[in-house]
Design a protein around this ligand. Sequence first.
Ligand code: DGJ
Length: 373
Amino acid sequence: MNIYANKNRYYFEGPMSHQGNYQLVSKSNASSFHRSRPIRKAALIFLAVVLMGIAAFSARGLGQTIRPGEVWLDDRGQPIQAHGGGVLKQGNTYFWFGEEREQGLDPTKRYVGCYSSKDLVHWKFRNLVIQLSDPENFGPRWILERPKVFYNAKTKKYVMYMHIDGPVNGNGGGYALARVGVATSDKVDGDYHYIRSFRPLGHESRDIGQFVDDDGTAYLIFEDRPFGFRIAKLSDDYLDVEKEVALIPMHLEGGAIVHYQGLYYAIGSELTSWSPNPNKYATATSLSGPWTEFKDIAPPETKTYGAQSTMMLKVVGSKTTTVIFMGDIWKPKTLWDSRYLWMPLTISDGKLSLPTPRPWKLNVKTGEVEVAQ
Ligand code: DGJ
């Protein structure tokens, strides 16, 4: 622990703080701090209390800090490029896949980055698992967004779904095709081989989300512009979308689902392109519904604190279960500088809310979190 003096105020660098972000813990006159015995005694007692607090904090094994909205660097010191992404857990390693939007890449190609982590804080760059040239002659404006990877235990293949799009006969902007693409790999961070694109069950599909239920069944969530958003079960080999489970007649994208304490929670964002909006949630006891009406996950005027949902990640620990809201803070003019808003959600009795973003720590083993005050 460090104590910093500034303008006669004393700050300590406590467990949740870092460079320049210190908590004010006492305010006193600098000269009296050094001269007055009672104050020195009080300072010593205070120090002892703080040290005991830090010891207790470390004993809980809470790791380093996740800082919503700040630049998040990988093991190479480069900003993590995994936008609109998803996380897959294999053993005790998490793999984060997402859109790679770095500057200076080949503009004719689309890229997906893969990172790994044991603690969800420190991420190692693994590979550009997709470096794809226009795979089906869609034209120069073709689109690949929101990649999500499933592991199929039967075929032992990693199966990536992605939003594939582009104009149709030069029309419809870049978002007229409205398809999903599928690619596979034998290795989680290997080079994924593009198989094909299609409209799932014949429907338009733009933003996609992934959901794997506690019984291992894998679902694709997709936005079907004319109707709402759909939840559909994947085929046994995950290479196809087999059966619709629900159509929720709400025009929401960035769809995500979590199964928590016997309830399904679905979240999504309104259709406002790259601009943030109040993301919403509904609940159901069965994936097929009925789903409740949708409510805001955060005060609507915050527009989800500038973020858009991409996934809810359930961390089941030995002491508790934490559900992390994974959101993107898009910067449409400088997409490579888009940020992430990850925060533990507050969920209980069928109510879900996204707290005000603050630095926080997570212990992936126990599931415990600590949020800075
Ligand atoms: C909103 C979607 O959620 C993003 O993934 C992206 O497709 C933008 N629209 C493009 O405007």
